[in-house]
Every structure is written in C-alpha cells, then in structure tokens.
Design a protein around this ligand. Sequence first.
Ligand SMILES: CC(C)(COP(=O)(O)OP(=O)(O)OC[C@H]1O[C@@H](n2cnc3c(N)ncnc32)[C@H](O)[C@@H]1OP(=O)(O)O)[C@@H](O)C(=O)NCCC(=O)NCCS
Length: 224
Amino acid sequence: MFISGMINFFRQQATAALSRISDIKALIGSYDCADKGNQYRNLDTAEGHTMYTYRPLTADDASCWKELYTIGAQDFPLGFLMTPAEVDDLSLEKCRSVLDAGGMRGVFSHDALVGFCGFRRFMPSRVRHRGEIGPFFVKREFQGAGAAQALMAGVLAEAKDAGIKQLELGVAQQNHRAIAFYERRGFKRYGEHPDAVRDDGGEAAAFYTACSFLSDRFVPHSRR
Ligand SMILES: CC(C)(COP(=O)(O)OP(=O)(O)OC[C@H]1O[C@@H](n2cnc3c(N)ncnc32)[C@H](O)[C@@H]1OP(=O)(O)O)[C@@H](O)C(=O)NCCC(=O)NCCS
C-alpha cells in the first residue's frame, strides 16, 4: 500500500514536470525535426528525434553569441558582411546592446546555441509589410542536420504572425549552399546588387537579394 502510494506520488510529480517543460517549449517555440523524411541526422538518440529550440536572443546570450559569430566569420567569410577582425573587435557590452535591441534569433540544441539569425522589420508605415533577415548561420557540425531548417521555420512563423508579407535577404552569388537552402524555402531571386561587397583587394562581389512571399500557401515546416 505504502509502496504503491509512493509510486503514484512520483508518477504524478514526473507528469507535472513534463507538462511544465512542454508549456515552456510551447511558449518559446520548438521544432521537432523528426518529420523531415529522415534527411537530417538524429542527434537526440534517446528518441531518435532531433529537437531544436528557437527563441529571441537576449543580452544574457552575449558571450556564446559572440563566440559563435567569431567561428562563423572565420570559417565562412562568404556568409558574413563583417570581417573576422571586426567581429573580434565587438566588445561584450556592444554584443549585449545588439541583442538587447531584439533583432537576433537563436537555435539551440540541448541548451547550446548552435545558430543565429538577424531579423528586422522595416518601420515606416509604407514598408512595414517588409522584413529583412541576416546574418544567418549554423555551426558546421549542425549543417545538414536540420538546425538551419528549425531556425528558418521559427523566423518565418514569427514574420508571418507579425503580418510581414515579404522577407528579404542578401546572399553572395558564390554562396551556392546558402542559395540552395533559401530557394528550397521559397525565396526567389529578384535582382542583383552590383558592387555590393568589396574584399581587401577592392574586388567587387555581386550579391543578389531574394524574398519570400508569406502567403497562406507558405508552409514553413515543409520542403517545397
Ligand atoms: C547556409 C546554411 C545556414 C544552410 O544550412 P545547412 O544546414 O547547411 O542547409 P541544408 O543542408 O539544409 O541545405 C543546404 C543545401 O545545399 C546543398 N549543398 C551543399 N553544398 C552545396 C554546394 N557546394 N553547392 C550547391 N548546393 C550545395 C545541400 O545538398 C542542401 O540541399 P538539399 O537539401 O536539397 O540536398 C549553412 O550552410 C551555413 O550556416 N553556412 C555558413 C554561413 C552562411 O553562408 N550563411 C548564409 C549567409 S547569406
């Protein structure tokens, strides 16, 4: 009797704790990538699912964000406007104030930040239907593993909820992997920005900008 009472007590506590965790995940938005047709590596072997969490970054994330930004700018200079030296020069205080401004989103795996995306809405009333994303980056170990998909799904869902109709970005013409990723998610090339970025030698690199129309037809979680 006593033992079965104890078992029931612990069962109730465990159920309550699990439901609190689901509530928190529902609030901050989490994306289960198990439904992507097995094309992503399973990182969470216990359930055979890869679970990522998406949320806005805050000043408290400043040091891990800077660390990740530094890795990104060093490993993928094509994917960032800032040079590694410029990222390195960012003080922790500056990082805190950038994140405090509310324009950065992160994707987490097991509480570790593995990717981030800048997300801004244009403010004047005549362009409030437009938003802009970038930089967009996930750690090398998480590329091809669904983290970028979870990050993009979070941003697209947020943009759509906010009534943004058109999301824009700039990407280097030579960044074939990123272009494939964006185009698969409905972004369409609409123009080229000549002389958009210059490297040390003064060479011009063309960028193109793409946008996704967030109509009701758009389903952030599925492949096109
Ligand atoms: C861009 C980025 C976020 C995409 O995330 P990811 O996890 O690598 O994306 P995915 O693996 O889901 O998709 C990449 C696609 O490009 C394809 N791809 C890989 N290498 C490629 C290459 N060299 N050329 C063309 N396509 C390539 C992949 O096969 C995949 O397509 P598929 O799913 O149809 O097979 C990530 O690679 C990244 O952080 N890159 C470095 C930073 C960067 O360049 N950011 C973009 C700034 S605009």
